[in-house]
Ligand binder design. Structure first.
Ligand code: B1M
Length: 211
């Protein structure tokens, strides 16, 4: 799996994921230790200048081949809907791997997840919270925002400020995440919580909506 992801070979990732599952590995284990673990190697190499953007993109695409297999299995293991989470990556930011993983784990833990995509404008996040005015009628218990760029982090505050302006802030809990964020930043923008990785995002949601 690691070889497939680091070399951007989606076919290899797909066959290794299937093999691991058929040999009895748990979908969550394949996700966390196989796919996420391998992608973090790519992240480190990219950060160290040992990999370049086109290669990283190929790795990301290869990882998605594995995610697509694991996602429905995580969904199956969820027993019931414990709450609805709308999740998206903020405006100007197209990173979606981490956000998708957070979504998959939430689904696997019984939550309904509506992933509204990447490069999402503040107004679109707001529409998802407004009752009866939602673009897709998905009024959430938790609004999750992801940002991977220091330059797009401030766009999270824009969303929260707009919610306040429209008198909607108390209608939804807000969770933020993404590698450049931390607790202090989350507090400073008025979010209800920050999750450093997908597992803690599930725990945070449980805490926020008491489920
Ligand atoms: Co980009 N990129 N990238 N990139 N990229 C980073 C983030 C960067 C740190 C790389 C570096 O320089 N070392 C850097 C940001 C620097 C900064 O702002 N400080 C960077 C840059 C600069 C850029 C571009 C500007 C590069 C360019 O064009 N010159 C460009 C920006 C495009 C844009 O968004 N407008 C860009 C583009 C890309 C690709 C398209 C090539 C690709 C994204 C593909 C995709 O997502 N479909 C990409 C990738 C893959 C990366 C790295 C290598 C890996 C990110 C990733 O997927 N990690 C990244 C370097 C790195 O992280 N070391 C980098 C794996 C993922 C599982 O982890 O996303 O952290 P992560 O998610 C975790 C947690 O953060 C948390 O849980 C997840 C799972 O545990 N989490 C949440 C995330 N969201 C959450 C939401 C929550 C809760 C938890 O609640 C709502």
């Amino acid at each position: 799996m690691a070889k497939g992801i680091t070399e951007g070979d989606g076919g290899l990732v797909e066959s290794e994921v299937k093999k691991a599952l058929s040999e009895g590995s748990e979908p969550r284990d394949v996700l966390v230790n196989g796919l996420i673990g391998s992608m973090s190697v790519v992240g480190k190499r990219f950060g160290a200048g040992d990999m370049f953007l086109p290669e990283v993109l190929m790795s990301a695409n290869a990882m998605h081949k594995g995610l697509d297999i694991v996602k429905p299995l995580l969904a199956e293991s969820g027993e019931r809907t414990m709450g609805r989470i709308v999740i998206g990556t903020v405006e100007g930011d197209i990173h979606d791997i981490g956000k998708r993983i957070v979504g998959f784990l939430l689904v696997g833990n019984g939550y309904e997840v509506v992933d509204i995509g990447v490069d999402i404008k503040a107004e679109t996040f707001i529409q998802s919270v407004e009752e009866h005015k939602s673009v897709e009628e998905h009024k959430p218990d938790v609004l999750g925002m992801s940002a991977l760029l220091t330059t797009t982090m401030p766009n999270m505050k824009q969303v929260i400020d707009l919610l306040k302006e429209k008198g909607l802030r108390d209608k939804v809990k807000i969770m933020v995440g993404g590698a450049p964020l931390n607790d202090d930043f989350a507090k400073s923008i008025g979010a209800d919580g920050f999750a450093p990785e997908a597992g803690s995002a599930v725990e945070l949601v449980k805490k926020l909506i008491g489920s």
